[in-house]
Design a protein around this ligand. Structure first.
Ligand SMILES: Cc1cc2nc3c(=O)[nH]c(=O)nc-3n(C[C@H](O)[C@H](O)[C@H](O)COP(=O)(O)O)c2cc1C
Length: 172
């Protein structure tokens, strides 16, 4: 799929067919995430892959009962790893770059999932400690996004955007 076509056809999908994601497709998505830029190329994030039903349910609970997570074929969890960035960038690395690194990687994965014919939804509303507990993550890891995905079982809804003239400010 052409890049701009991929960007246009990405919409949050919250219902999934009960069909596993082929291993090769999941690998492609993870490879795409791994190609995202990161501060100093330090890649201060980790990706956790969850497919087991019991864990998906626990993540749905950690996300305030957003039940659609439990129906996903897989959930990728993107977590900032602040210490990896702090080594070179100190507080700016641990507070900002690590979160940005994880976020960009998740954006790449989202678009890769779309290009592969999958649907996904970025989930940011969750309790950090509850997610840490489900995944058995050390305290220093900061989960920043959950990305449930699977083959779509619903029509995409096209949600409106602000006009460019409203959000772009050409200064000079
Ligand atoms: C930072 C962030 C947090 C979000 N959190 C949630 C969430 O917790 N649950 C959910 O269903 N969607 C969540 N979304 C998806 C947005 O609702 C969605 O992207 C937005 O409404 C635009 O729709 P679209 O993705 O279909 O273009 C989140 C998106 C972002 C970027």
């Amino acid at each position: 799929m052409d890049f701009f076509e991929t960007v246009k056809s990405r919409h949050s999908i919250r219902a999934y067919r009960q069909e596993p994601i082929p291993a090769g497709t999941l690998d492609q998505i993870l490879e795409a995430a791994n190609l995202a830029p990161s501060a100093g190329n330090l890649q201060a994030f980790e990706i956790y892959v969850v497919t087991k039903a019991a864990l998906r349910q626990q993540l749905a609970d950690a996300a305030g009962g957003q039940g659609f997570l439990s129906g996903a074929a897989a959930i990728l969890i993107f977590a900032a790893h602040p210490e990896r960035s702090a080594v070179r960038y100190g507080r700016r690395g641990s507070r900002l770059y690590a979160v940005q690194d994880a976020t960009i990687a998740c954006a790449y994965a989202t678009l890769a999932a779309t290009a592969a014919g999958l649907g996904a939804t970025w989930v940011g509303a969750f309790q950090e400690q509850a997610v840490r507990d489900v995944l058995d993550l050390p305290e220093e890891m900061v989960p920043v996004a959950l990305l449930p995905m699977g083959f779509p079982a619903e029509e995409a809804v096209v949600r409106p955007r602000r006009q460019l003239s409203d959000l772009v400010h050409t200064i000079g």
